[in-house]
Design a protein around this ligand. Structure first.
Ligand SMILES: Nc1ncnc2c1ncn2[C@@H]1O[C@H](COP(=O)(O)OP(=O)(O)OP(=O)(O)O)[C@@H](O)[C@H]1O
Ligand SMILES: [Mg+2]
Length: 217
């Protein structure tokens, strides 16, 4: 469902990605590991259509992503992708509940329906009791669980997570990984998760390793 062929990208003289090929099946959970600077985030951004490669091809569901116009790629991200970043990129002015409703509202789901779906997901993640607070009024682990709910609430085909547990202690990190992979499996969403967390291997179907811009296994 997600396929990249011969991806190459440089930033000035830095080779961020060097001839990367990867194929990811629908519903698969893939962990991307490797040292700092090895190209993990760059790969994620290319697969998600945020960056364009200098060379190479990216396909999602048989469509060539990298050649789509910006507006079409934005639309694709909204309808088909979900994102979890290291520092819960939740909207600080909105309550946690409103943050989870947001993707649905942007997709024109009725307010009452968005509210129902968001609450159901927040309940599953044990986050309903603090859902009416704002992101700044809960712990980092609680905020990241809500970021997981927001990434999955519109049942995206693919969830891209870039070090979702990077700012958490191991207990909270595990809760967030549990939530992410558990919900994704339940919904049949594909997951590409960048992490330094060795334990992620227990949650993933496959772990790929990057080094110096190359996929090495
Ligand atoms: N916008 C940018 N401008 C210049 N160089 C960049 C930019 N983004 C990434 N790079 C460089 O590209 C290489 C790959 O970066 P990338 O962010 O993909 O690494 P990473 O594996 O995600 O590292 P980390 O684990 O530290 O997040 C690095 O050498 C980095 O310095
Ligand atoms: Mg990174």
């Amino acid at each position: 469902m997600l396929q990249a062929k011969n991806l190459n990208l440089r930033f000035g003289r830095t080779v961020a990605l060097d001839r990367v090929d990867i194929e990811i099946e629908a519903g698969e959970i893939v962990a991307v590991m490797g040292p700092s600077g090895s190209g993990k985030s760059t790969l994620l951004h290319l697969l998600a259509g945020i960056l364009r490669p200098d060379q190479g091809e990216i396909y999602f569901d048989g469509r060539q992503v990298h050649s789509l116009p910006d507006a079409t790629r934005s639309r694709l991200r909204l309808t088909s992708f979900g994102f979890v970043l290291q520092f819960g990129d939740l909207v600080p002015e909105l309550t946690l509940r409103e943050n989870v409703e947001l993707p649905l509202r942007l997709l024109n789901v009725r307010r009452s329906e968005a509210r129902r779906q968001a609450a159901s997901l927040l309940r599953q993640l044990d986050a309903l009791e603090f859902a009416d607070r704002r992101p700044g009024q809960v712990s980092g682990g609680q905020a990241q669980r809500v970021a997981v709910a927001r990434a999955l609430v519109h049942r995206p085909a693919v969830v891209f997570a870039d070090e979702p547990t990077g700012a958490l202690d191991s207990v909270n990190g595990e809760l967030v990984l549990d939530a992410l992979t558990g919900l994704a499996r339940q919904q049949g969403s594909t997951v590409v998760v960048v992490t330094h967390e060795a334990r992620v291997a227990a949650y993933a179907d496959r772990t790929v390793l990057m080094r110096d811009g190359r996929l090495v296994g």
